[in-house]
Design a protein around this ligand. Structure first.
Ligand SMILES: *[C@@H]1O[C@H](CO)[C@@H](O)[C@H](O)[C@H]1NC(C)=O
Ligand SMILES: *[C@@H]1O[C@H](CO)[C@@H](O)[C@H](O)[C@H]1NC(C)=O
Ligand SMILES: *[C@@H]1O[C@H](CO)[C@@H](O)[C@H](O)[C@H]1NC(C)=O
Ligand SMILES: *[C@@H]1O[C@H](CO)[C@@H](O)[C@H](O)[C@H]1NC(C)=O
Ligand SMILES: *[C@@H]1O[C@H](CO)[C@@H](O)[C@H](O)[C@H]1NC(C)=O
Ligand SMILES: *[C@@H]1O[C@H](CO)[C@@H](O)[C@H](O)[C@H]1NC(C)=O
Ligand SMILES: *[C@@H]1O[C@H](CO)[C@@H](O)[C@H](O)[C@H]1NC(C)=O
Ligand SMILES: *[C@@H]1O[C@H](CO)[C@@H](O)[C@H](O)[C@H]1NC(C)=O
Length: 471
């Protein structure tokens, strides 16, 4: 809390100091009625697509320009997967199929030879979270009844099961810290000694959703066990339900890095909502949903507007990864209202104030409608001042606006309520984590964005010790 407010004051003073160019333009996007929302989302989706090169001749389908480690652009592999999910929701919420072919092509191109989102181009730097983001987008395609791929291609549900199965495999789990997944998959990678919330959160979330979709208890058992592990290692605060970033195996995960990122808590919230629904409304999962929802709104929506606590308000402190988090949080909150309807009245007003703040600052660029990152500031921040008008920011505004249509759509489907995706419980079993043959890498395609940034943020966030990676 204290951190959030001091950062907000910091933004306020930045604005007061005139480092932010005042916007001359009127607000471009209107979102008062469903028609206005659809129209605004259509333009936001078009503008976001301009960042994507993957459907052009000679470019690679599924990814945004990158990775930065190869000086090919700002975006890591996982963010392409997150983008695919954003457009699956865009179609589901608005009914506009314009990008479905682009998204289908991207989702299928990145599956890798074993159809489990471990493509050779990215396995050397693979995080469980990176793979998890692609798996969650495949899961979403199944839940939203996104048009099926051709029959000779891997199917959405099977792809999600493949990701889950590779991660549930005993090879990816060990007894350090009493269980849990490591951040990185290849043992020689920096970050292999870090067990973090995002890696385990993706696995938990996917397990909860597979349980509800297939009614297969095995997924639910893994999900529940992972949640309990996150609780036992205190990555979820037992008093405040704030959700922290992770810890190191050499400290038995007791060196909890207390950086809070919005996507960690929102991912656990959405997964808990699926478990709540799967368990027919159990008190246990209802309590977890309530507490995580309170924590999400308290820590990340001061005045009802999404605010990325650990980096926002400090010029240049948010990485390209972090600049995309607000969109996922909006989408996961919206989905939560469908499967845990008791949260609806609390969530919808916040999604609205936050989306309104998002579009209020989409007044930049030559078009007068480009979006930035500083939603609570109310004005577009010129990229010359702070590089915050890229794909993540565009994706977040798109997600915030399209999620306002959540009341208009059917809940996520299941195998028994109209789902049309064909599964394969054994998917992913052809895979083997044979990384010893690969050259060591030192930087990952990191969805677990915290790692490098924490070094830079240390002083501002607090007094806990950050143990340098690779020690
Ligand atoms: C890529 O997709 C966009 C959006 O659908 C479309 O406007 C563009 O023409 C496509 N480009 C190619 C080469 O297919
Ligand atoms: C892997 O990377 C190479 C080099 O950038 C590229 O040509 C190829 O299309 C990529 N393969 C996949 C499946 O994305
Ligand atoms: C390591 O942490 C786990 C999980 O918190 C705990 O169950 C276990 O007892 C700890 N082991 C040691 C040696 O402290
Ligand atoms: C939820 O209720 C249905 C219908 O009564 C039942 O078949 C199912 O086993 C229940 N699920 C759980 C996890 O208790
Ligand atoms: C589970 O989700 C369905 C929508 O799929 C909803 O109608 C139902 O009320 C939810 N169950 C509970 C216990 O909230
Ligand atoms: C969540 O916050 C509301 C106030 O907004 C409060 O009434 C409720 O008791 C809280 N729930 C839990 C589980 O702490
Ligand atoms: C639902 O799952 C069962 C068991 O996996 C399968 O036999 C059935 O075909 C599935 N139904 C649909 C509509 O996919
Ligand atoms: C349930 O899921 C587990 C784990 O993937 C799998 O081994 C099992 O075959 C599944 N059961 C059914 C009935 O599909």
């Amino acid at each position: 809390m204290a951190i959030a407010w001091s950062l907000r004051r910091c933004v306020a003073s930045l604005l007061a100091m005139g480092t932010v160019l005042p916007s001359a333009q009127a607000v471009y996007y209107k979102i008062s009625t469903p028609d206005e929302i659809r129209e605004s989302a259509r333009t936001l989706a078009y503008d976001m697509m301009l960042f994507y090169q993957g459907n052009k001749t000679g470019e690679i389908p599924g990814i945004l320009p990158g990775p930065p480690t190869e000086h090919k652009g700002d975006y890591y592999w996982w963010e392409g997967g997150a983008m695919m999910g954003t457009y699956i929701d865009y179609w589901y919420l608005t009914g506009d199929p314009s990008y479905n072919h682009v998204i289908t092509e991207g989702l299928l191109h990145q599956t890798g030879p074993n159809e489990d989102y471990m493509p050779p181009n990215h396995t050397a730097s693979l995080g469980n979270d990176d793979q998890g983001f692609w798996g969650m987008s495949a899961m979403l395609a199944a839940e939203n009844k996104f048009p099926n791929p051709p029959e000779d291609k891997p199917q959405w549900l099977a792809l999600a099961q493949a990701v889950f199965n590779t991660q549930a495999h005993p090879d990816r789990h060990d007894e350090t810290c009493g269980g849990g997944l490591r951040w990185q998959v290849p043992p020689m990678n920096m970050g292999y000694n870090y067990k973090n919330t995002i890696a385990n959160g993706c696995f938990f979330n996917l397990g909860a959703r597979l349980a509800r979709y297939t009614q297969n208890e095995t997924y639910a058992k893994h999900a529940a066990k992972t949640f309990e592990w996150l609780w036992n290692v205190n990555y979820i605060d037992h008093e405040s339900w704030s959700v922290y970033d992770g810890g190191h195996v050499e400290h038995n995960c007791t060196d909890v890095n207390k950086a809070q990122f919005s996507y960690n808590v929102a991912l656990l919230l959405q997964g808990s909502a699926f478990m709540y629904n799967y368990t027919n409304g159990s008190d246990l999962w209802r309590g977890r949903v309530e507490n995580l929802l309170n924590s999400t709104l308290r820590d990340f929506f001061p005045e009802g507007i999404a605010f990325e606590v650990p980096c926002e308000g400090r010029q240049g402190a948010c990485t390209a990864d972090m600049l995309s988090f607000k969109g996922y949080v909006h989408r996961w909150l919206a989905a939560t209202t469908k499967i845990a309807p008791f949260t609806r009245e609390k969530i919808l007003p916040v999604l609205r104030t936050s989306a309104q703040a998002a579009v209020n600052q989409c007044t930049g660029g030559a078009t007068g409608r480009r979006c930035g990152f500083y939603w609570s500031g109310g004005v577009f921040v010129d990229p010359a001042v702070d590089k915050t008008s890229g794909a993540g920011e565009a994706m977040s505004a798109l997600a915030a606006v399209s999620s306002l249509l959540i009341d208009e759509v059917a809940p996520p489907a299941t195998n028994t309520t109209g789902g049309i995706s064909k599964g394969d419980p054994d998917a992913g079993s052809r895979s083997k984590d044979t990384f010893e043959v690969l050259a060591p890498v030192t930087t990952g395609d990191r969805a677990g964005a915290a790692i490098l940034m924490i070094l830079m943020l240390g002083g501002a966030i607090g007094a806990w010790g950050w143990m340098s990676l690779g020690d």
